[in-house]
Design a protein. Structure first.
Length: 404
């Protein structure tokens, strides 16, 4: 599949599939909405305060909070979709790899390394290292190298920066995946995606069978145990750019959406949870979540689906898109806030926690969300936005022809 270079696109008489193929090359508001939804799920999960309290309502909240691991899976699907799409649309452009890597560096590195600098160098030098960074000090090299997802399952620890494992997985993907996209034809790349999708649950099943305690972390954080979600997103990016595949996907993806929802409902009814790692069918759960989100993503992109309108309205809402805009920084900050707030809260409001644990836990959850959001907004204007302006020096000329 090649994309010929032209200077103009005929904007008349497009069918819905052609509209979709054109729209995925632009900034899509629904993707910001999906980012917003993902970070809300992740913060709810990692705050874990809804595990407090007795009663059916508290148990209900706890069940869905425990399922919040799926938020990271949604981020992975989005990354696979967006990064693969960018690479496909710019394939063959001059200095493609240099420009791609520099844009990723400008987006990801500044705030990531700023936090590491504060946690591992500045605050310890001042004699006031925060509790959320102390647990990471002995293995900090893995953080600097974006390899901590390999260290935590083996060495343990992590502390207030333990959520950086997912950023390590994504950075390894950003480093290696462009080489595959450039080297392979779309058909060969699609086969690689399928191989990754199939191999990840097999790897998880082997680890779970061998040692469940070890697999609790390894089958959750090792790159080869999580690359199915990235590959699902990448495969969707290929599908929407190749018309024959897209026509088949229109018929298949609604079945994927309803099938994955049915699987999750049945699993929850039988097991009273939807765990990322446990014995039995749970080795498939991360893959099922990835397929669900890929189908939901497509449902949000394809406006001709009868069920798309309410979903698109939600994802296009200003509030959700605003949260999505700052989602990366919110993710960076939220877990240090969780750890720091927990210690302070126990000291000053321990009695309130004992008297009304459910109300207490949800107040703390809202505080974590608010503080993380405010820190993210400050980070955006002080650090991220100035760095992002430099991306204009690493932009390829846009190809405006329709994909075949």
């Amino acid at each position: 599949m090649t994309i010929p270079a032209t200077t103009a696109i005929d904007l008349t008489d497009r069918d819905p599939l052609t509209e979709l193929q054109c729209s995925v090359r632009t900034h899509l508001p629904v993707l910001d909405g999906l980012r917003g939804l993902a970070i809300i799920i992740v913060v709810w999960h990692n705050a874990s305060f809804t595990n407090s309290g007795d009663g059916e309502f508290a148990k209900f909240l706890s069940l869905f909070a425990n399922m919040g691991w799926m938020g990271v899976q949604l981020f992975f699907v989005l990354s696979g979709f967006l990064i693969t799409g960018i690479l496909l649309d710019e394939k063959g452009a001059p200095r493609q790899l240099r420009n791609f890597y520099m844009r990723r560096v400008l987006r990801i590195f500044p705030i990531y390394y700023a936090v590491l600098l504060v946690a591992f160098i500045i605050l310890p030098a001042l004699g006031s290292a925060p509790a959320w960074s102390i647990a990471n000090k002995s293995n900090e090299i893995w953080y600097w190298l974006y390899l901590v997802n390999w260290d935590i399952p083996i060495e343990g620890g992590g502390g207030g920066l333990s959520h950086f494992w997912s950023l390590a997985v994504e950075e390894q993907f950003y480093l290696l995946w462009p080489l595959a996209v450039i080297a392979l034809s779309p058909r060969a790349l699609s086969r690689l995606c399928l191989a990754l999708i199939v191999s990840a649950p097999i790897a998880r099943a082997v680890m779970i069978h061998h040692n469940l305690e070890f697999a609790t972390w390894a089958a959750y954080e090792f790159t080869f145990a999580r690359w199915d979600a990235l590959a699902v997103g990448a495969l969707l990016a290929l599908i929407v750019r190749h018309r024959p595949w897209l026509e088949r996907a229109v018929a298949i993806l609604p079945k994927v959406l309803y099938g994955t929802l049915a699987y999750i409902a049945i699993y929850m009814a039988m097991n009273h949870n939807f765990a990322a790692v446990e014995h039995g069918l749970a080795a498939l759960n991360q893959s099922v979540a990835a397929l669900l989100f890929a189908a939901a993503l497509f449902n949000g992109l394809f406006s001709s689906y009868p069920t798309a309108s309410p979903w698109q309205t939600l994802l296009s809402s200003r509030a959700l898109r605003n949260v999505g805009k700052y989602s990366y920084a919110i993710y960076i900050f939220h877990f240090p806030v969780v750890v720091a707030l927990y210690a302070a809260w126990q000291k000053h409001f321990g009695e309130f926690q004992r008297l009304n644990p459910l109300l207490d836990s949800n107040i703390r959850l809202l505080l974590v969300a608010l503080l993380s959001y405010l820190l993210a907004v400050c980070s955006w204007y002080v650090l991220e936005q100035p760095c992002l302006r430099l991306k204009r020096f690493f932009v390829n000329a846009k190809k405006t022809a329709l994909p075949d």
